[in-house]
Write a new protein. Structure first.
Length: 161
């Protein structure tokens, strides 16, 4: 590897003049296959294992108060956020409930109209006369009608005019 000193020596020709060109080429060929030095390879770091298993942390009296203040502040912030969002969430839920009730009202109105139509069909005079003919109902004769008279019981409430 060429350092600044090596470059300077090559430029000005410093060094022993007795060196032959053959020796220079021989060293240069051997330098071609040499590895570059690793940066800071001459620095050695000594590591020592430190065992902290027996070390006990000292209690900090201010840390406990600080932690409780943090918990209280976070709780207050959460409660404030919930209190701010609660009315809009309630309105949203009420809207869903109102929509469901309107759908249910439409279903009930449709069902009521269907039942009224069916009742009108079943209670029509033509159908009642047809049922009377099918079951052989006949009007009673006036002399076969029996009117019931109530007993003179005081416990029975009667409508008397």
């Amino acid at each position: 590897m060429a350092t600044l000193a090596t470059i300077f020596n090559n430029l000005i020709g410093a060094g022993s003049m007795a060196e032959s060109t053959a020796d220079r080429t021989a060293t240069r060929v051997s330098d071609l296959y040499a590895l570059r030095p690793v940066p800071n390879e001459d620095v050695y770091f000594f590591t020592k294992r430190i065992d902290n298993s027996r070390v006990v942390r000292q209690a900090d009296p201010k840390a406990r108060a600080r932690d409780w203040k943090l918990v209280g502040g976070a709780g207050f912030a959460a409660m404030s956020l919930i209190a701010m969002l609660l009315p809009s969430a309630y309105g949203l839920m009420a809207g869903y409930q109102l929509s469901g009730l309107k759908k249910e009202q439409q279903v009930l109105i449709t069902e009521r109209a269907r039942l009224e139509l069916e009742e009108a069909r079943l209670m029509s005079a033509e159908r009642l006369q047809e049922l009377a003919r099918m079951q052989e109902f006949v009007d009673p004769a006036p002399d076969s009608t029996v009117y019931l008279t109530p007993k003179n019981d005081q416990s029975l409430a009667l409508n008397r005019e």
